[in-house]
Structure formats: C-alpha cells, structure tokens
Design a protein around this ligand. Structure first.
Ligand code: GLA
Length: 338
C-alpha cells in the first residue's frame, strides 16, 4: 500500500489464481471501511452474520434481506464470488422456529416444513449469485462419545434434520455447492466424528459436495501435522474442501491476558511462520481445496477482539489495522511467487 492508500503489493487473488479462491467475511460496515483492501486482494466474500437464520427470518413469515442484499450487491459490483452462511445452526436462530402457535415445542413435521420453506426462500433468492452454501454448521459434539451436539433441532427432529437440510438446499438451487462446516475440525477426535457424519450423509445419498474447515486457529494449535491429517482424511471422502473462517489468534485459547495493546516481540514473526506453513499445505493440497476464506480481512476488525476475552485486541489477519501487509503476507507472497 502506498501513502495514498492504494495497494501496490501483489494481490492475493492473483497469487492464488491457479490454486483456489481467496475470500473474506464482511459486513455492511467493513464493505465500506475495507473496500479498497477487499477489492484489491479478494475474489470471494461471506456474510459475517447477515445471512444467518435470525438475521433474515426473525419472525415467522417475516424476511429481512436488506443487509444480505447489500453484501450480495457488493460482490456483484466487484465481480467477487459469494458463499452463503449458514442455513442450520444452534446459534443465531430464533425461538419461534421451535415453538408452535401456542408456545409449545413444535413437532417434527412442523419444524422440518419450516426448515424447507426457509431454505427454499433464502437459497432461492440468491440462486445464481451465491455459488456455495454452508448448509449445516457445527452439529458435531466437541467432547465425549456422542456424535451430535445437543440442540433443539436434534430434540425435535432427531438426526434426520441434517440430511433433510441438504436435500432442501439442493432442491432450491441444484447448481450450488453444499458444505458441512465446523470448528476444531483438525483435532483428531472431532475430525473423526465429522468424517463419520459426512460419510453417513454420503451413504444416505444426501447431496453434499464439500467440507468447510472453519480454521479458527492460533499460534499454538492445531499443529501442521494435525491439519495435514485432517485434509487427507476429509479428502478421502472424495469431496472438495474449503477453509471457511481462517484466522490465527496470537493467544493460546486458555490465555486470558487482556493487557497487551500491541503484539509482543516475536508474535508477528511466529504468526508469519505459521501462516507460511499453513499456505504451504494449501498449495500442496490445492487439488482438493477450492477456497480459502478469512474471517475478516485486516486487524482493524476481527471477532477475536471480543472472544474469548471481551475487548481484548487481537491481530489474527494478514493485514494490519491500517491495511498494510504484515510479515505473514510477505511469507505467503514469496511462497506463491515461486
Ligand atoms: C462460528 C460461525 C461464524 C461466526 C464465528 C465467530 O465459527 O460459523 O458464523 O459466528 O463462529 O464469530
């Protein structure tokens, strides 16, 4: 970037042109505050929150698409691809969905009919503009032997809601690529459960085309070996993979310090090494990886400033708060310029 704010560094989308799409999560504020950065480097976007159930369908029969449309229009204006996120999740989903008109728990048939109608409306609206959807997000249990996380979806409909969601999405847009998306996806125990779920979906004939590795990582976890093993295991199902929410926190997950106002010496260098290792793997496995999306674009705006410690600054991206390339960008650019 030069002093007028024009980006002169090589565009990520050009560096990765032969390998995969490069994306960023955006919202109605960042498409303005980060517009030059986004337009220069990225050829794909994901709505950070604006296409989630509660955002587009807060009440029965009431759809609110203003913010989602704004982002889809931004993608169109900048010739960017767009991923849809997300249709079925245990968070950011309104209570009315799980209740009947008397406020009692909804029955299975009612819940599945509402799901079908929601997916039909939302996926149908963006048909031809969004090329992929995270159909089901985070249904795997983190701990213990249980495969599925407890949820109202599971209580009411049993495990069947997962396959049904993929079928409804496929009916609404037969061209869209449909993904299962989850976090801690490279930890061996959870990886094996995700693998088991997706394998069973394939055996049931569900229309699923890919696995989204959220990739909310940090300087200490997961290891590159575990990431490699996860890529290999998921790819063995014959599906395409995408990193859907990549960021590299500078803090260990259980490090709850809140006093740093700038990165400690060495942190950004370690981050650069890790990003280089990650993108080395992505380059090696690019045949099975069709997209890499960051959960944000630059360090001026990241959800990690509020999680897991509210108000603690983090520096997880390739670009700093002024949108200048960080050491991690330089390493990746050198790797792909080879
Ligand atoms: C999960 C969800 C995303 C987002 C992030 C953090 O990974 O899939 O939509 O909410 O958490 O903000």
């Amino acid at each position: 970037m030069n002093s007028t704010g024009t980006h002169t560094e090589q565009a990520l989308k050009d560096l990765f042109a032969q390998h995969f799409r490069i994306g960023a999560a955006v919202n109605p504020r960042t498409i303005r505050s980060q517009e030059l950065l986004l337009a220069h480097h990225f050829n794909s976007i994901t709505a950070e929150n604006e296409m989630k159930f509660v955002s587009v369908h807060p009440e029965e029969g009431v759809y609110t698409f203003e913010d989602a449309d704004l982002l889809a229009d931004f993608a169109g204006r900048h010739q960017m691809a767009m991923r849809g996120h997300t249709l079925v999740w245990h968070n950011q989903t309104p209570d009315w969905l799980f209740e009947d008109s008397q406020g009692r728990p909804a029955g299975k048939a009612l819940l599945l009919e509402r799901l079908r109608s929601h997916i039909d409306t939302v996926v149908g609206r963006y048909k031809g503009r969004l090329y992929a959807w995270d159909v089901v997000n985070e249904v795997i249990a983190d701990e213990g032997d249980a495969l599925l996380r407890p949820s109202k979806w599971l209580d009411i409909a049993g495990p069947e809601f997962i396959a049904r969601a993929f079928e409804y999405a496929h009916d609404a847009d037969p061209e869209a690529l449909l993904f299962y998306n989850d976090y801690n996806e490279s930890h061996p125990a959870k990886r094996d459960k995700i693998y088991a779920l997706v394998k069973s979906l394939l055996e049931q004939g569900a229309p699923i085309h890919g696995i989204g590795l959220q990739a909310h990582w940090n300087l200490f976890d997961p290891s590159l070996d575990d990431i490699r093993a996860a890529i290999e295991k998921y790819a063995s199902l014959g599906l395409q993979l995408q990193l859907t929410e990549l960021d590299v926190s500078v803090f260990r997950f259980d490090d709850r310090r809140a006093d740093l106002t700038s990165p400690e010496p060495g942190m950004l260098e370690r981050q650069a090494e890790l990003y280089e290792g990650v993108f080395g793997l992505l380059k090696e496995y690019h045949d099975v990886i069709s997209g890499v999306t960051f959960w944000g674009a630059a360090d001026d705006y990241t959800w990690l400033d509020g999680f897991p410690v509210r108000g603690r600054k983090n520096w997880p991206m390739l670009f700093d708060a002024q949108h200048r390339p960080k050491p991690a960008y330089d390493r990746i650019a050198a790797l792909f310029a080879e």
